[in-house]
Design a protein around this ligand. Structure first.
Ligand code: GLA
Ligand code: ZN
Length: 702
């Protein structure tokens, strides 16, 4: 096992925040006070410069970096490191006036005016020239600064641009993808339908609001292009940064399961994955535990992009946001709990948006560590400072990772194709919800679970769940087959393997691309139920589970039937099947079976595979991180009542200092982090000396 510490110079977990001193340059008293209060809150890192273009370059060609350097120096002298953003998330007014062609064009063809943020065309040469000049100067200014630990490219990249340049670039992208052969594209997109055959790549336009949107292959290709183009933009910034500051790693902050960018693909351009988490805690739909379960899934998606290394929580709010439909305060203790959950799920940081509330403009009421009141005796400040203390106690956890035995496959192109699938029911596709539900089932059973791309290596998992994998990228079917042959247990559900990477249906039976043989079944029809309709999955021992929304009628050639439909004209026909291949098993669940039914299937697979299950009482979440400094068991109580959990192992609770044996007692919203006496990791005190004294600066990036 090697140390996966990202930033040895910090010597522990990051406790940080977005900090916008450029909004307070006329208040040196406040800037000074900020540093004092940061020390008090245990802040050891800030993200600077996220929206600083106008402060760096108030007029084209006139640059001011003194304020930044002053801040970085001052912060560093006070033990606060810097994540430095490139300021391309928003543009100054002069730029939009001088280069209106760099503003984004909407789906309806209208060009935006100056304003908001993320409002530039990622393709525009004018924009790139201005960005390049500024980024290069900025990087030169901070090159070698001991406080600089990480570049943060732009901010929450996203959106689409339909400008003439992007449209032309889309055509180039298609030419490459289809080997400059328009007939190949026509066949892949089935354009003979409605006489939409293209004679030339130049005839193709993206799916504009008032244009072509009936070609599924086109819609999908546009989404993939938009994501690819953003990746190309990230590489543009990244290469600039790498040239001037080689060795400084690069990230950009992701937004949960953001719809228009394929994060799994974009993460290949980053050294470390980071994301911004803003759940609507205490909402009126669900319990806090349920909300937290969703957040655990989100963390698993982020962790799954670069397994075997920590990720970063780049932003979260210490209290509330200003953009939920109802902006409720985090109840006392919930900030601590959500912060520890991020660490439990593999983050090596807890960071906030933002340090201090701005006085005006759109985010004047967004939560921050320091309120308009301006003091360090508020409830929120105290809770943030408490998190700072706890993170110090968790220093040995730094650089450790989770080792999952199960995985849920999740894929962006599949998301897009399912959403665009012209059929089934308007409300019943729910791909993301179904993936979340499978993750939650596995967590409830007590197995650590990753969420990964179907193209990730699967050998490490005893069980792989592949819900609704409608689109199969080239190579996916082969990998899944090899996984099963090698001894894996694969559980695939309805809507599996209908289309290839261009959204063209496989012929000869679903699941296609050879998976029909793997499962020994073929889906002959798919039935969509009305929301009030139900069916049942009846197992051979009589146990029954409810079915909703989608039911496939199967033809079984070569598999055991484990459950049959209970109702309707397909009553008695197979709904759950299994085919053994070598040491592995390929399970097929042909309908949307309620969670308890899926749990029955997963439990069976995990037990047969000999995986140790660690189920926790309702409302308790458990994760284990392992690293060179030990094995750490995180217990999180997402309920407002005291709870007890069975201890996975005895050991010392790093938070309270108490020695625990069989039971972990948790306060309401409480947590424990047990240094488990499992793998004979080095004693914590000794291991801690291993951080940075060797002048080690490199970190562990991929
Ligand atoms: C995002 C942005 C921040 C801020 C927060 C508010 O995460 O990156 O700049 O706007 O949202 O929640
Ligand atoms: Zn554009």
């Amino acid at each position: 096992m090697t140390d996966k510490t990202l930033f040895p110079q910090i010597g522990g977990l990051i406790h940080g925040c977005d900090y916008n001193p450029e909004q307070w340059l006329d208040r040196p008293d406040i800037l000074k006070e900020d540093i004092r209060m940061m020390r008090k809150a245990g802040i050891n890192c800030v993200t600077l410069g996220v929206f600083s273009w106008a402060a760096y370059e108030p007029r084209q060609g006139e640059f001011h970096f003194d304020w930044l350097l002053r801040e970085m120096d001052e912060l560093y002298e006070n033990g606060v490191y810097t994540v430095l953003a490139t300021p391309t998330g928003a543009r100054p007014a002069w730029l939009d006036r001088a280069y209106p062609e760099a503003m984004r064009v909407n789906r309806d063809g209208s060009r935006n005016l100056h304003g908001l943020r993320h409002n530039h065309c990622p393709t525009s040469p004018a924009f790139r020239e201005r960005a390049e000049e500024l980024i290069r100067r900025l990087a030169k200014e901070v090159r070698g600064h001991p406080g600089l630990i990480l570049w943060h490219i732009s901010n929450e990249l996203g959106g689409e641009c339909f400008c003439p340049l992007c449209r032309e670039k889309f055509r180039e992208y298609l030419r490459r993808r289809f080997d400059n052969d328009i007939e190949k594209l026509n066949r892949a997109w089935w354009t003979a339908f409605w006489s939409h055959t293209y004679g030339d790549f130049d005839e193709i336009d993206p799916p504009m609001a008032h244009g072509e949107s009936s070609i599924m292959g086109l819609n999908l290709a546009w989404r993939e292009f938009t994501s690819w183009n953003m990746g190309e933009y990230i590489r543009f910034e990244r290469e600039l940064l790498n040239r001037v500051t080689p060795g400084v790693p690069v990230t950009t902050n992701f937004m949960r399961l953001y719809g228009t960018l394929d994060y799994q693909d974009l993460s290949k351009n980053l050294d470390v994955v980071s994301w911004d988490s803003y759940p609507d805690y205490h909402n009126d739909r669900e319990t806090l535990a349920r909300t937290a379960e969703g957040v655990a899934f989100d963390h698993a998606v982020m962790r799954g992009m670069k397994r075997d290394m920590p990720f970063l929580l780049m932003e979260s709010t210490p209290s509330l946001v200003n953009w939920h439909s109802c902006n409720k305060l985090k109840r006392p203790g919930v900030h601590r709990l959500s912060s520890l959950q991020a660490v439990a799920c593999g983050a090596d940081s807890v960071q906030y948006f933002q340090w201090r509330k701005g006085r005006g403009s759109y985010e004047q009421y967004h939560g921050a560590v320091v309120d308009h009141l301006g003091t360090d005796d508020t409830r929120v400040f105290r809770e943030v400072a408490e998190v700072g203390e706890l993170l110090k106690k968790l220093r040995p956890v730094t650089g450790s990772v989770l080792e999952a035995r199960a995985a849920v496959l999740f894929d962006w192109s599949n998301r897009w194709a399912v959403a665009d699938l012209p059929g089934l029911g308007k409300e019943c596709k729910k791909y993301e919800d179904v993936c979340r539900a499978q993750y939650a089932c596995l967590r409830r059973l007590g197995v650590e679970t990753d969420v990964v791309s179907p193209l990730a290596g699967l050998d490490r998992y005893a069980l792989v769940a592949a819900p609704m994998l409608y689109l199969l990228k080239p190579g996916t079917a082969r990998r899944l087959t090899e996984y099963v042959r090698g001894g894996g247990r694969l559980v695939m559900t309805y809507l599996a393997g209908y289309v290839d990477e261009t959204a063209l249906c496989f012929l000869g039976g679903f699941p296609g691309d050879g998976l029909r043989e793997l499962f020994g079944v073929c889906s002959e029809e798919i039935d969509t139920l009305y929301p009030s309709d139900r069916n049942r999955a009846v197992f051979s021992d009589g146990e029954e589970f409810e079915i909703r929304d989608l039911c496939e009628v199967l033809r079984v050639s070569d598999a055991e039937t484990l459950a049959v439909y209970g109702d309707d004209f397909y009553a008695g026909t197979p709904v759950v099947t299994r085919k053994r291949t070598g040491r592995g098993e390929a399970w097929y669940a042909a309908a949307r079976i309620e969670d308890r039914g899926m749990e029955r299937i997963y439990r069976r697979c995990l037990e047969d595979a000999g995986v140790e299950l660690r189920p926790m009482p309702e409302g308790i979440e458990y994760h284990q991180r392992r690293g060179v400094r030990g094995t750490f068991g995180f217990y999180l109580n997402h309920t407002d009542a005291p709870q007890q959990a069975p201890a996975v192992s005895g050991g010392r609770d790093l938070l309270s200092g108490a020695e625990l044996q069989d039971t972990v007692r948790l306060e309401p919203y409480g947590a424990a982090v047990v240094e488990e006496n499992l793998n004979g990791g080095e004693p914590v005190e000794k291991a801690l000396t291993g951080f940075s004294d060797k002048g080690e600066r490199a970190g562990n990036f991929r």
